[in-house]
Each structure stands twice: as structure tokens, then as C-alpha cells.
Design a protein around this ligand. Sequence first.
Ligand code: GSH
Length: 243
Amino acid sequence: MSKVTLYKFGNAYGIPDPSSFVLKLETFLRLAKIDYEAVAGDVRKSPKAKFPSIKLNDQFIGDSEICIAALGKEFGVNLNEGLSAKTLADHRALRLALENHTYFLMIYYRWLTPNNAALMRETFFSSLGVMGRVIFAMVQKGYKRTLYGQGILRYTEAEKEELIAGDVKMLSDSLGDAPFFGGESPREIDCTTFGIIANLLLPEMEGQLARYASADERLVAYNNRMTELTFPDYKDTMIRNGS
Ligand SMILES: N[C@@H](CCC(=O)N[C@@H](CS)C(=O)NCC(=O)O)C(=O)O
């Protein structure tokens, strides 16, 4: 009998994890109906020094996409069964846009705008006292370097706002009137989209992050549909009314 342990940051702000990548993998585990144990661990000990990671029997595996492939193989699950090559290419393009563009805007607004950054420091570092402030400053410095290299930090505030508004519109138009990004039933792409959308909708994060997503009825309804389906245990804190 295969055993799966999911390593993550842990729930915060009423969602299973504040990392869209962790939520993506946990959504996969639930859609695939794979039993797992979730453990809040030390990210530095994870393969690739990032979360999520899993222990699958005796293998320690990092990266959500590599984990999904390994789990699919081990448990004989393919959420993409029957999809055409064109649809798979469209899903891949959407996933890569979200993971390599929207995700970094989310990092910017969370970690590098004053009020949200103060909240992140309070939530994740305050228990460490003075050391927590030092570590937080290091984390912020690291993100500044990353986001400057990636390019997001070179845009003005108004330009960044246009970028996030455009990404949210792309998400909404891509969903259209379908219940799921995968169509009539959730597919692998829904793990990524839900991971991002549930994190965009966090009411605790002020400003541009929630503004556009929570004003979009289709995305709010999607968040609620996916919550009911995959995380009914978080219904009380993840169902949104929109704005
Ligand atoms: N490509 C990776 C990305 C994972 C990732 O970026 N995780 C972030 C949290 S959202 C992380 O662990 N960051 C910690 C760090 O960089 O120290 C995946 O798909 O799992």
C-alpha cells in the first residue's frame, strides 16, 4: 500500500496553504482521491528547498509538477485522460502564464507592499522574535532580487496594476461559462487555477491582489465550486461572496 506525505507551509488565513503551488498539489491529491498525510515542515529540508514536496513511499520528491507526475504513475491516475493535444497545449500555456507571471505579481503584492508585508511578517515570523525580523528582512531582500531579475520590479505601480488586472481578465475569459477550466469536470489545470484563484481572493491581502478577482463573479463562483468539491472541510473560511 503506497504511502504519501505532503510537506507544506501549513494552513493560514483560512485556506489550506498560502502557497499556490502547495494548494495546487493538495488539490490534485484530493481530486485524484489519494490518501495523504499533510505535514507542516521546514522548507529548507525539502528537495529543491521549496514547497510543496512529497514523500512517496521511500522517495522524497520536490516540485508540484514532478510530484503530480510521480503520483499519477504510482496510483494510475490521469486527470487529463481523453483531452486532445490542442487542449493539453492550451492548458500548459495557461499554467505556465500563471506560474511564471501571475505568481510573481502575487509575490510582489504580498511581500513588497507595506501593509501586506507587515501582515506576512506578523503571521509567519513574529513567533521568532528579533530573529524573525532579521529572517523576514532577508526573505524580502531575496524576493527583491528575484523580482528585479524576473522583471516585475521594473514596472511602475500603474503598470503592475494593469498586469494583474489583465491576468485576472485572462483567467475569467479562459473559464468562460464552463464550470471548470478543464470543461465539464475538473482536470489537472484546475489544480493550478484553483491554487492561484483561492490565493488571489484572500480578503486579508489588501489592494490590487483581491480587488480584480473578487469583483469577478465567474472566478468567485469557481472558487466556491472548487472549495465545495475538494476542500469541504474549509467551506466556512474559503467560500467568498465577492465584492
Ligand atoms: N516550481 C515549483 C515552485 C514552488 C515554489 O516556488 N514554492 C515557493 C512557495 S510558493 C517556496 O517554497 N518558496 C520558498 C523559498 O523560495 O525559499 C513547484 O511547482 O512546486
